[in-house]
Design a protein around this ligand. Structure first.
Ligand code: PRP
Ligand code: URA
Length: 364
């Protein structure tokens, strides 16, 4: 695990205790200082550095110190995806982690004694996030701030919600009952295409040299990573072309599943995957994550055939579906354009967009 750390002059008295605690747990530290007492430093400067390291996923979590823990917490919370609170007790730290999945903890050098640091930080790190309704709530916060980060401290898949204005605009159109089959298909491909920017964000780059008409320069190329996309039939097919436009060399597998309308259980009828699936970064495509039965079953099937690095890409998810997928496949990242409220008594997402397959293929 990697933790970003920083302090200003008023939190400096806790610095050694925090570093000793982290070293004692063999946690890798990104130390943003101050490494020496500087009475003139300003807490926002160090808070932004730590928070950005967490937001950019260079570190899984952050610890920031100032006199009260308040100033650095307010500053850190300005950075997308950060959930920071000042904690001065182990109970508070455990509760903040359990319910808020606190990814940055702040301590106040004037309120906390060095000998209290171990207890507070242990409670924070060792308490698991409860997920469920708490995940739904923090994802609502993420939607408002435009964050794509819903990092789970201590491993576990992320839920990444896109709220780019273009995606949200098109989501409004695609949900509308007035939207024709032709428009629905076009919108689905367009949204899937826009989602590619985020789902491929962590692909590794290699440096290359390029000769421009003017001079030689360093540039980047995507390091020979193999991709596979696997639409879940039928509705997942509606996302394939939008994604292939941007990653044309990806191989395409297919999994056929339908929901039994009475039991809502997925029924498998087809599976054909690239022969080297175990070597590929796999993106499972399905516009709707409702009960989660279909997506969870599709992921299980891919794992049985050797697939290892699997992410799920949905247009709309219900909290129930996210919980189901993460309970069976906790390491899988889930990318969604919208997180909706709940399922109705027929297992349809509310407000949702109705039956995705029927709207793509005009079968109803
Ligand atoms: C829809 C949708 C998902 C599934 C989601 O497929 O495309 O695959 O329901 O529901 P779940 O999360 O509760 O499993 P459907 O079964 O209607 O089949 P279709 O795509 O062939 O229309
Ligand atoms: N499948 C759909 O197509 N829509 C829903 O709302 C739920 C499952």
């Amino acid at each position: 695990m990697k933790i970003a750390f920083g302090c200003d002059h008023a939190g400096f008295n806790l610095r050694d205790a925090v570093l000793k605690f982290l070293n004692g747990r063999n946690i890798e530290i990104i130390d943003f200082g101050s490494k020496e007492l500087n009475e003139n430093d300003d807490y926002p400067d160090v808070a932004f550095k730590v928070a950005r390291a967490v937001s950019d996923e260079e570190a899984e979590a952050g610890i920031i110190l100032c006199g009260t823990g308040y100033g650095v917490a307010i500053s850190a919370n300005k950075i997308n995806g950060i959930r920071a609170i000042a904690c001065d007790s182990a109970e508070g730290a455990a509760s903040a982690k359990r319910h808020l999945n606190l990814n940055v903890i702040t301590l106040g050098g004037r309120f906390t004694k060095p000998e209290e640091v171990d207890g507070i930080l242990s409670a924070w790190l060792d308490t698991p996030f409860e997920g469920g309704r708490h995940l739904r709530r923090i994802n609502k916060i993420a939607m408002v701030e435009g964050s794509t980060l819903s990092a789970n401290l201590q491993s576990g898949g992320r839920v990444v919600i896109f709220n780019h204005p273009l995606v949200q605009h098109k989501m409004g159109l695609i949900r509308s009952v007035e939207t024709s089959v032709k428009q629905f298909r076009e919108l689905l491909q367009e949204i899937a295409g826009l989602m590619v920017y985020e789902i491929t964000r962590t692909l590794p780059l290699a440096e290359i040299e390029v000769q421009t008409p003017i001079t030689k320069t360093k540039a980047h190329t995507i390091e020979g990573r193999k991709l596979a996309i696997v639409p879940v039939l039928r509705a997942g097919l509606g996302m394939v072309d939008g994604i292939l436009q941007l990653v044309p060399n990806a191989k395409v597998g297919h999994i056929g599943l339908y929901r039994n309308p009475t039991t809502l259980e997925p029924v498998e009828y087809y599976c054909k995957l690239p022969f080297d699936i175990e070597e590929r970064d796999i993106f499972v495509l399905d516009p709707m994550l409702a009960t989660g039965g279909s997506s969870a079953a599709a992921i299980s099937l891919i794992k049985k055939r050797g697939g290892k690095k699997i992410s799920l890409v949905n247009l709309i998810a219900a909290p129930e579906g996210i919980e189901k997928v993460h309970s069976e496949h906790p390491e899988v990242d889930i990318f969604v354009a919208a997180l909706d409220s709940h399922l109705n008594e027929h297992g349809y997402i509310v407000p949702g967009l109705g039956d995705a397959g029927d709207r793509i293929f005009g079968t109803k």
